[in-house]
Design a binder for this molecule. Structure first.
Ligand SMILES: C[S@@+](CC[C@H](N)C(=O)[O-])C[C@H]1O[C@@H](n2cnc3c(N)ncnc32)[C@H](O)[C@@H]1O
Length: 209
């Protein structure tokens, strides 16, 4: 598999999608995207029988870390990545004794340092937060971070409004972008989204080929 992730210099992010802009959103008050709880789709996944076996997991664009905390509480060795310092600080305050490694870092700068280190990658409103032109690089990044057979566990924001962030996607786009590198194990509408996202989320379980 050839995987080309964009470097920080040529990532194509416009200024509204920069670390500074995201940090300002955190500092200006309650971020609209922050559910104040883990994604219900992840809570259901981990409560199901059988649940995914605990392992190493990287949470991309972790924000204040509600999903990272959930996975850590379930025994996963979590690495939470976000380039906004306020997000990382908020998670640090919550994490306490849980096994969470915190990284204030651009996700597109994780490789080669973290290549092939994770059983799971966790995606929730990061794919919709980056410039859509970076989506091929995001797919390549996730493929590079995972071990062979590793899984992307994702809640995709499948809304159809124009513009962003959040930039919407479709199940067809997810299949088209990920299938060259991943087996699509599951890609289905989320039944228990929070009310503001009802009918606009798909849960995906994608296994690296
Ligand atoms: C919409 S928020 C979602 C946060 C969290 N996943 C949640 O659901 O609450 C997107 C997050 O991704 C982070 N982010 C966006 N682009 C990033 C990048 N290139 N590298 C690291 N973090 C990034 C932002 O700082 C922000 O915290």
């Amino acid at each position: 598999m050839t995987a080309q992730t964009p470097s920080a210099q040529n990532s194509g992010q416009d200024s509204a999608l920069s670390a500074v802009a995201w940090e300002q959103r955190y500092q200006s008050g309650t971020p609209l995207w922050d559910l104040g709880q883990p994604a219900p789709a992840f809570a259901s996944l981990l409560a199901a029988e059988p649940a995914p076996q605990a392992g190493s997991a990287i949470v991309l664009g972790a924000g204040r870390g509600h999903d990272a905390l959930l996975f850590a509480q379930q025994g996963f060795a979590v690495t939470a990545v976000d380039f906004a310092p306020s997000a990382i600080q908020a998670l640090e305050a919550q994490a306490q004794a849980l096994p969470i490694q915190l990284l204030q870092r651009d996700i597109f700068e994780l490789v080669p340092e973290f290549a092939g280190q994770f059983d799971y990658a966790i995606e929730h409103t990061c794919f919709c937060a980056i410039d859509p032109s970076l989506r091929p690089g995001y797919v390549a990044l996730v493929a590079e971070l995972l071990i062979p057979g590793g899984e992307l566990l994702a809640v995709f924001f499948t809304h159809s409004r124009s513009g962003g962030p959040p930039f919407g996607t479709t199940p067809a786009e997810v299949r088209q972008r990920f299938e060259p590198h991943f087996e699509i194990v599951t890609l289905e509408p989320v039944a228990n989204s929070v009310s503001s996202r009802r009918g606009e989320e798909h849960f995906g379980r994608l296994r690296k080929r």
